[in-house]
Design a protein around this ligand. Structure first.
Ligand code: NAP
Length: 279
């Protein structure tokens, strides 16, 4: 991490799961602890975050805004309009870079709530970010500078890989792909494990073999220069066991099933943006 970036004070509004993961990723990447500050109205959350991170956690959101150069909005989407209304005064004075991780809230809605042309980077992280293996989409509005986009990139890379989009609407697809995606893979693991148990394998072995196979396949695909389709063909011998299984999955129209699933999640992401953003 470059020293000029880590001199910035990062403030988190909300000290929940995602804020704590991001803060601990930053600390692991040598961001100075005294340049990280969180706020949360809940005493128990403050105490838990303080113990986990060893950084300052305050009660009042406005105290964070007063001190932060970069402000991360890490409350639930349904709380965000209210939170922004509460800090709109100090925000106007400080004009920090705003990074919003709230699912579905569009940058235009945030700008409208703030009543001015604020620099906003909207981010869609996913749950594996909680263990530093996130995959996150980012979009910057037209009021951000190149330096601010680099700052957002540095921060999000502390908890995983990043992909930028130029069109904010693509964040709905990213929400459907990597945002909701961990659940799809967990579902596949769940059904593979239970199929093996039904076929006669013991639960412990079925679990271990399923999880290690998922991890191994992902690692293999990440480390290879070949695309997943080619890799799959390499491991599918004609007339073999893998081919027998894949034929069944294809007959069940796995491609159409996933296409419908991603489309449904994309549509729901847009609907939620309407519900939470149009306050
Ligand atoms: N977790 C994920 O995998 C994930 C993935 C993608 C996006 N996100 C987004 O990340 C955001 C945070 O999610 P999360 O899982 O970290 O949620 P979370 O654990 O519930 O954290 C939100 C925190 O904000 C606090 N809070 C509530 N009202 C507040 C207020 N007025 N001022 C300051 N803090 C307040 C909450 O306190 P209380 O508990 O007392 O309400 C809680 O500690 C959400 O917008 C979500 O859409 C999360």
């Amino acid at each position: 991490m470059t020293s000029s970036i880590s001199k910035q004070v990062i403030g988190f509004i909300g000290a929940g799961n995602m804020a704590r993961s991001m803060a601990s990723g930053l600390i692991a990447n040598d961001w100075p602890k005294n340049n990280i500050l969180l706020s949360d109205p809940d005493g128990a959350q403050r105490q838990g975050a303080q113990q986990a991170l060893g950084v300052e956690i305050v009660e009042k959101n406005a105290s964070v805004v007063d001190r932060a150069n970069i402000l991360i909005l890490a409350v639930k989407p349904q709380m965000l309009a209210e939170v922004v209304a509460e800090i709109v005064g100090p925000l106007a004075e400080k004009n920090p870079l705003i990074i919003s991780i709230a699912a579905g809230i569009q940058t235009n809605d945030l700008v409208r709530w703030m009543g001015r042309q604020a620099p906003v980077v909207r981010v869609m992280p996913n749950t594996p970010a909680l263990i530093g293996s996130g995959a996150c989409g980012l979009f910057a509005n037209e009021h951000t500078t190149r330096e601010q986009r680099e700052q957002a990139e540095t921060i999000m890379r502390a908890i995983g890989v990043t992909v930028w989009v130029k069109d904010e609407a693509l964040l709905d697809i990213i929400t459907a792909l990597s945002g909701s995606g961990p659940a799809y893979f967990l579902l596949v693991m769940e059904v593979m494990e239970s199929a093996a148990i039904k076929a006669g394998l013991d639960q412990k072995s079925a679990r271990l073999l399923t999880l290690e196979t998922a991890l191994g396949a992902a690692k293999m695909a990440l480390e290879s220069s070949e695309d997943p389709a080619k890799l799959r063909h390499h491991v599918t011998s004609p007339g073999g066991t893998t081919e027998a299984a894949v034929k069944i999955l294809e007959q069940g129209k796995i491609d159409q099933l996933f296409s419908s699933a991603i489309n449904a999640a994309t549509a729901r992401s847009k609907e939620l943006a309407e519900i939470f953003g149009k306050k």
